[in-house]
Ligand binder design. Structure first.
Ligand code: PRP
Ligand code: URA
Length: 208
């Protein structure tokens, strides 16, 4: 079964309190989402494979290590885009793809409307981003689309995870580890995470 990592870092707790606060405005919300995404990326890259390299310092030769893999960041549109800059701070050479999904308000099912990925995405470790893992429909579908296109290693990063979403991901994609800044215990009748932080996309883009 895949790993669920939920951060207990004091800085992430502090930033999550600000994100959850309904008085936090668009500019601040957007900035904090990026900061939390960056901190989560630090956690999610802890076990990445490394390779040996030799570096000439000004003094002598040093045996060093460097990340062995190439990366891609794939936000699920639209709210996942709010996390991209945070990941790029730590993975500056990553290529970026996009998967467009929206959750049908009636059926709560994900509908794909866009997909554009780096040409060599199959050779890259993909960091799939979406702030909210609620029912898990969107994330599980996006992982399925990536696998159909040949991606072998996927790590899912979200700001808030809920039990239904985690269960769905672990059942359908046991090979995909989940990194979340926080975990809330339930969904409401509209499949919103409770207590949650509201509609992530609307709060990032200021559309409501
Ligand atoms: C939100 C969120 C996830 C999805 C989570 O997107 O950003 O993509 O819902 O719900 P799920 O786990 O039940 O699938 P939304 O459909 O509101 O689109 P948006 O990104 O354009 O705001
Ligand atoms: N999408 C959101 O933006 N928020 C939720 O709580 C659930 C899905």
């Amino acid at each position: 079964m895949s790993k669920l990592f939920v951060s207990e870092h004091p800085l992430i707790h502090t930033k999550m309190a600000m994100l959850r606060n309904k008085e936090t405005g668009t500019k601040e919300f957007r900035e904090i989402i990026q900061e939390v995404a960056m901190l989560l990326t630090y956690e999610a890259t802890r076990d990445l494979p490394m390779k040996d390299i030799i570096v000439e310092t000004p003094v002598a030769t040093a045996n060093c290590k460097t990340a062995a893999e190439k990366f891609a960041i794939v936000p699920i549109l639209r709210a996942g885009m709010g996390m991209t800059d945070g990941l790029l701070k730590l993975l500056p050479t990553a290529k970026i793809g996009h998967i467009g999904l929206y959750r049908d308000e009636e059926t709560k099912q994900p509908v794909e409307y866009y997909c554009k990925l780096p040409a060599d995405v199959q050779e890259r470790t993909v960091f799939l981003t979406d702030p909210m893992l609620a029912t898990g429909g969107s994330a599980a579908a996006a992982v399925g689309f990536l696998k159909e296109r040949g991606v072998k290693k996927i790590i899912f990063l979200c700001i808030l995870a809920a039990p239904d979403g985690v269960q769905k991901m672990q059942e359908e994609h046991p090979d995909v580890d989940i990194y979340a800044a926080a975990y809330d215990g339930m969904l409401n009748e509209n499949a919103y995470i409770v207590p949650g932080l509201g509609d992530a996309g609307d709060r990032i883009f200021g559309t409501k």
